[in-house]
Design a protein around this ligand. Structure first.
Ligand SMILES: C[S@@+](CC[C@H](N)C(=O)[O-])C[C@H]1O[C@@H](n2cnc3c(N)ncnc32)[C@H](O)[C@@H]1O
Length: 460
């Protein structure tokens, strides 16, 4: 493995020589011009754009083949020809001590050019050690989704505040802790909304004394309640993922996938918590008061049968700052994964989401009204399925009303059993479906069967 040493070069006013005149050379030339280099290009054939740059005097164009001596006075060189010419350029570059990048030719390169994502003053460079430029480009594109205009604006704002903060907080360690508190906070949300004054105000609050903080500058932690989505790790929101990737502590539920947990930093503490709500609340408050950024990762959406609001109430009472990042709820995400829309024009213009365990024993719900809702989605309803069917039938629902039960929705092991109110309980018992499962009752199930999504809808 070649361990390249990553650097950012200041090329302003320095001479860069490019050997070659094709598309790769053109792309390199554009990057060099953008960095302020004086570019000399050597090639008998050049692209129309390079010809134009030469005509406008933006580069010095030598329309001939490479000769030993072309690198004289060069600070940096790029060869984009073939291995024979690259080898000759390499010999001269080594002799003169000029760093050389030969495009797609590691053997003749003393440096490689990373895939770059630039947003304002932020530059992210991705290198695969020359092994796969295509992978580097794809990774850069993913990073580009995380580092956008808001981050660039935040960077500009923080740069502006740097001298002031240095004066106000002279202790370097204290200042570093404060910078982390600022960048880990919700200041970015103000910037995203275009509220720069709000962002300044929030930074001012963070600089000022904080009632919870054990530190002299008032750094308190925060809790983010993040919806993880129904199971497929790709269904978390971009914002949820961003928070997860910078968490100090992740407190997660049983239904959260390991692939998603792997997105948290390696050093982050991962804590599985069950249904003892007092215990969860106490843990969140304790860790936040230690100044840590806690991500409370919950299956689906935190506010849909997720006790999210109870956790918010406890955090509010304890004075711990928190935010809620919604997630894709299994109530809509799981039917979708089986090809079933919960509404459909001309078929169902309303849907209700019901907690199935409400149906075991006496229920507070108005089943007469629920029987008239075109689509019923039942969560936590696998064991209570016979009771649910009985209640709906008692309210006059037709036995041939379609029903789908989807277990482990959105995951590779997803299984769907389709039937009717008349036979679904027996079909599900026979198929041995395991929780978690979502039940969909209504004509929309038939829509799903007419437009199946790949192989997702099946009779188990
Ligand atoms: C305690 S509730 C939490 C719901 C979650 N907050 C949401 O918005 O999806 C758990 C129930 O969600 C449903 N569920 C969660 N993940 C599921 C999955 N991958 N497939 C099917 N149903 C799922 C099941 O009905 C399960 O019993």
């Amino acid at each position: 493995m070649t361990a390249f040493y990553p650097v950012f070069l200041d090329l302003r006013g320095r001479r860069a020589v490019v050997i070659g005149g094709g598309a790769a050379a053109e792309q390199k030339v554009r990057g060099l011009i953008a960095a302020g280099a004086h570019v000399t290009l050597v090639s008998p054939d050049v692209t129309p754009a390079l010809t134009d740059l030469g005509r406008r005097g933006e580069i010095e164009l030598r329309r001939r083949g490479y000769h030993d001596g072309d690198l004289a006075g060069a600070w940096l060189a790029i060869a984009a020809v073939n291995r024979t010419v690259n080898a000759a350029v390499w010999a001269e570059a080594e002799r003169l001590g000029v760093p050389l990048n030969a495009v797609d030719d590691l053997e003749h390169s003393s440096f490689i050019a990373p895939a770059i994502h630039r947003e304002g003053d932020i530059t992210v460079a991705v290198s695969t050690g020359g092994k796969s430029p295509a992978l580097a480009v794809r990774l850069r594109q993913r990073i580009a989704r995380l580092v956008g205009r808001a981050e660039a604006r935040l960077c500009a704002l923080l740069g502006e505040l740097r001298p002031e903060l240095a004066a106000r907080v002279p202790d370097a360690r204290a200042r570093t802790a404060l910078w982390y508190a600022i960048v880990d906070s919700d200041v970015i949300d103000f910037v995203r909304r275009g509220d720069i004054e709000g962002a300044r105000g929030r930074i001012e609050e963070l600089i000022g004394p904080h009632p919870l903080s054990p530190s002299p500058f008032g750094r308190g932690g925060t809790v983010s309640l993040v919806g993880a989505g129904p199971g497929d790790p790709g269904l978390i929101t971009a914002k949820g993922l961003e928070l997860l990737r910078s968490a100090d502590v992740v407190v997660y539920d049983r239904l959260v996938s390991h692939a998603l947990l792997a997105q948290a930093p390696a050093e982050a503490e991962r804590i599985l918590r069950g249904t003892d709500q007092e215990d969860v609340n106490a843990l969140l408050i304790k860790r936040a008061r230690e100044g840590l950024n806690v991500v409370r990762l919950k299956g689906g959406d935190p506010f849909v049968f997720g006790r999210g609001a109870e956790e918010c109430a406890a955090l509010r009472a304890a004075g711990v700052p928190y935010q809620v990042v919604p997630g894709v709820t299994s109530a809509t995400g799981v039917p979708a994964a089986a090809g079933i829309p919960v509404t459909h024009r001309g078929v169902a213009s309303a849907f209700a989401v019901v907690a199935g365990h409400e149906c075991e024993g006496p229920s507070d719900l108005d089943w007469e009204a629920l029987a008239r809702v075109p689509t019923l989605v039942v969560l936590m309803g696998l064991s209570a399925l016979p009771d649910i069917v009985a209640r709906l039938r008692a309210q006059g629902a037709a036995p041939d009303t379609p029903v789908a039960v989807i277990a482990s929705g959105t995951l590779p092991e997803q299984r769907t059993v389709v039937g009717s109110l008349g036979d679904i309980a027996d079909l599900v018992a026979g198929a041995g479906l395991e929780p978690p499962a979502t039940v969909v009752i209504g004509e929309v199930v038939r829509v799903g069967l007419t437009h199946p999504v790949g192989e997702l809808v099946s009779r188990a």
